[in-house]
Write a protein that binds this ligand. Structure first.
Ligand code: NDP
Length: 399
């Protein structure tokens, strides 16, 4: 059916590539392109021989001209941005210049400020519409599936959704005292930032990790979880009817937080450049270099993740509470695609979003967040492609 250019060759991209190859009917050809071509070649070597034709290329995705040249050469139907949030705008520019559809899993973040919001990418709406091409933003799990869950809840179970709590639990144990389960720089920037949530149309800011709750997660058990700022709050507040409050919680263990506190207190998480032996370095980037590579956690991680959303609202004048979630097993993911569940839960939805675009079901010119599309084919595909979901109409609520 189509041809995809996959940019990035890290933890998530590896899952995307595996899943595209499992779905060769849709992904007849893929090109894996990244800064370090040897990583693309290693992936190709692992998966070559199946029905999907794989090629590789070297590209610096910070460079629009290089991207345009690669897209013109390969002529993909879609560019899947599985590199880092810093590359979103350059890749979107290249897609505009070549009239190629675009998909990513995380919203743009300028390298010099740890601040992520959709404004930069939403500013492309008119240009994508005029070019007749589709951009699907944030098509991982959270953001991504959390938006699909929300659109599904709105479509089938609610007239108005007043409260959304997004709960992201990882009960995986990799055996290291401290490691992050996706790109350490992006992860640490996210969790050391101030928390925030939306209440009655306004952002309410909190200190980092200020709000803690304990939740008894299905299939995982009781976990400490903390309120974080998260990008889908911004789009869901606009796209879901009747919203009064949206919060995002993620679980962290005592051990993780203790290490993080120490690293933060000694300045290792800073993104301000410092001079070290005559060379300018950014402490957080140095820290990334000494921490375990998230891609190496796969074989060591045991346990499960549970990510889902609790909705409270009304239908036909009656109160409805609804919880929809996915439980994913780290070891099962590793057995299937050689990655842990965090990469898996991000990579599978990216493949599904691209598939729906290629099939024409999620194709509409402009720039869209996932909850702006029909959730039904996506929900069906989640069950088919490895992220089955469960629902409950009497969940434990978060106070
Ligand atoms: P990794 O660090 O493992 O991989 C990033 C990849 O991007 C690497 O292959 C890297 O190349 C490549 N890359 C970085 N800069 C460039 C560049 N300038 N040009 C070309 N390639 C580049 O990250 P992950 O796989 O863990 O994460 C990928 C994305 O997924 C991130 O944007 C992350 O925020 C997002 N994510 C989204 C989630 C969701 O649920 N929505 C959850 C988890 C992650 P090199 O090897 O040379 O460094």
């Amino acid at each position: 059916m189509g041809r995809a250019l996959i940019i990035g060759a890290g933890g998530v991209a590896s899952v995307v590539v595996h899943k595209c190859c499992q779905n060769a009917e849709v992904f007849e050809e893929i090109c894996i392109a990244s800064r370090t071509k040897s990583k693309c070649d290693a992936l190709k070597e692992k998966l070559d021989g199946g029905k999907t034709k794989i090629t590789t290329a070297k590209v610096d995705a910070d460079n629009v001209e290089e991207l345009i040249a690669l897209i013109n050469d390969y002529k993909p139907d879609i560019v899947m941005n599985i590199a880092l949030p810093y590359q979103d705008l350059t890749i979107m520019e290249a897609c505009l210049a070549t009239k190629t559809h675009y998909l990513d899993t995380a919203n743009y973040e300028p390298p010099e400020t740890a601040k992520f919001e959709y404004s930069w990418q939403w500013a492309y709406r008119k240009r994508f519409e005029e070019a007749g091409i589709t951009a699907i933003l944030g098509c991982g799990f959270d953001p991504g599936v959390t938006g699909v869950f929300s659109a599904y809840a709105q479509k089938h179970y609610f007239d108005e959704i007043h409260y959304i709590d997004i709960l992201d639990a990882n009960a995986g144990d990799h055996g290291y005292p401290f490691a992050t389960n996706f790109n350490p720089e992006i992860n640490i920037r996210e969790v050391t930032a101030k928390g925030s949530y939306i209440e009655n149309g306004d952002w309410v800011e909190t200190e980092p990790m200020e709000i803690k709750r304990i939740y008894n997660f299905p299939e995982i058990g009781e976990k400490d979880m903390y309120l974080l700022h998260h990008e889908e709050l911004e789009s869901l507040a606009l796209n879901i009817n009747g919203i009064k409050r949206i919060r995002f919680f993620m679980t962290f263990s005592e051990k993780y937080l203790t290490h993080l506190n120490v690293l933060q207190n000694v300045g290792m998480t800073s993104i301000e450049p410092i001079m070290y032996e005559g060379k300018e370095i950014i402490p957080l980037q140095f820290l990334k270099a000494v921490l375990p590579d998230p891609a190496s956690l796969g074989p060591r991680t045991k346990g499960k993740t549970n990510i889902g959303c609790i909705y409270q609202g009304i239908k036909d004048g009656k109160q409805v509470n609804y919880y929809v979630y996915n439980v994913c097993d780290h070891e099962a993911c590793y057995k299937e695609v050689g990655s842990q569940a965090i990469s898996y839960t991000t990579g599978v939805p990216a493949m599904i979003g691209a598939m729906l675009l290629l099939k024409g079901e999620w194709k509409k010119p402009g720039v869209y967040n996932v909850e702006e599309f029909n959730p039904d084919p996506f929900m069906e595909a989640l069950n088919k492609w490895g992220l089955p979901w469960k629902e409950s109409f009497s969940p434990e609520l978060v106070d």
